[in-house]
Design a protein around this ligand. Structure first.
Ligand code: ZN
Length: 376
């Protein structure tokens, strides 16, 4: 039967939704270690019950990272995702778990708790149905993706280097496409320090931090180069206190996106070379973590075509797309591991109030995932 696994999982959708519901009802904002660890315990319990070896990697600031292994062999396949969310505790009260027709809503359901549950059901089925594996499976569920994976990046890259392929359980693109390239990027902050003075009585003695900052912002934004795939966007600005005081402080946050890795260094060099313009002013640059772009290589293409074939076996057409947003797939691709991203649910509203997944697209995703896990 060609659509064997899609039918199999379709018959289990209510059960799978029940499992996702439990994950969603355990709110897990990145900065709340206790809450993230609570969900980490549930995930540990679930995978351990399947006979997996679960290793908790303790963290002081973030939730403990989970490295889960199943099967034998020298070669390994990496399945990667995160169980932290951008939604603070209490969001669930305003955006409750609910089903409206084909849509299921809830904080973190799409980004990306359903993806973890999908991989759990794929593995559980592989075990229950005695389907042979070609490789050892390593699931790495991290706890700080939404703030740049500062505490998990090194582990992720270490696992990726040891893996033949990386499958990322982040949500699919809008129409269900897999993500085969992503821009890289990050954000940084620029601060200007001036000297406060009364705007009426003492204007000449003031150094206006907002005026200092504004000139740099115009320059920085102008480094945008659409052809190179590099964009800079000044996203927030604040400064000053009241209109009759020359402001002594101003600050801006700037978003950077790159399609080519060398662009990151180029932009950083330029930023570091910025010098104060107004006499007496000072500027301070705070660099954030910059993710390298996830580049679509020949190996990526091969992997995608393989996934497309698995979808055809399940009777549907799978497409690919390149996107601007980053994920931990950027890190696995950067160490040369062929990476397929967006294998998680179809839906929408990531980080927004209408976050949801589509019920009738769940079974086909789990089916393809199972086929990838057993055929790669
Ligand atoms: Zn995500």
């Amino acid at each position: 039967m060609s659509t064997r696994w899609t039918s199999y999982f379709s018959a289990k959708i209510e059960e799978i939704l029940g499992e996702i519901e439990q994950y969603v009802k355990m709110e897990s904002p990145t900065h709340n270690k206790e809450a993230v660890d609570r969900l980490g315990h549930l995930i540990t319990e679930r995978f351990a019950a399947l006979g997996c070896k679960v290793e908790r990697i303790p963290q002081s600031q973030y939730g403990d990272q989970l490295r889960i292994e199943y099967g034998q062999g020298d070669e390994q396949l990496l399945l990667l995702g995160h169980f932290d969310t951008v939604k603070e505790i209490g969001t669930l009260a305003r955006e409750p778990w609910r089903r409206e027709g084909n849509q299921v809503f809830g904080p973190g359901v799409y980004d990306m708790k359903a993806g973890i549950v999908f991989s759990y059901y794929a593995l559980r089925t592989i075990i229950e149905q005695n389907i042979p594996l070609n490789k050892r499976l390593v699931f790495f569920w991290n706890t700080d993706e939404e703030t740049g994976s500062l505490s998990s990046k090194a582990y992720i890259q270490e696992e990726a280097k040891k893996s033949s392929h990386a499958l990322i359980l982040e949500p699919a693109a809008g129409g269900g496409q897999l993500k085969t390239s992503r821009k890289g990027g990050g954000d940084f902050r620029l601060q200007a320090i001036g000297r406060a003075a009364h705007a009426g009585n003492d204007h000449a003695n003031g150094v206006n931090a907002i005026v200092e900052l504004a000139q740099h912002l115009v320059t920085i934004q102008s480094w945008t180069d659409y052809e190179a795939g590099t964009t800079l966007s000044v996203g927030t600005v604040k400064g000053g206190s009241v209109s009759n005081v020359v402001p002594e402080f101003a600050e801006a946050e700037i978003d950077l996106r790159i399609s080519r890795e060398e662009e990151a260094e180029k932009i950083l060099q330029r930023l570091r070379q910025l010098r104060p313009i107004l006499p007496g002013a000072e500027i301070i640059l705070q660099e954030g973590a910059i993710k390298p772009p996830m580049v679509r290589t020949a190996e990526t293409e091969k992997l995608f075509l393989h996934a497309q074939k698995q979808a055809q076996l399940e009777g549907f057409q799978l497409e690919e797309i390149g996107v601007g947003g980053t994920s931990d797939g950027n890190f696995t691709a950067a160490v040369g591991t062929p990476t397929l991203d967006g294998l998680g649910p179809v839906g929408g509203g990531a980080h927004a109030v209408d976050e949801h997944i589509l019920v009738d697209r769940m079974a086909e995703r789990i089916a393809v995932l199972l086929r990838l896990m057993t055929s790669l």
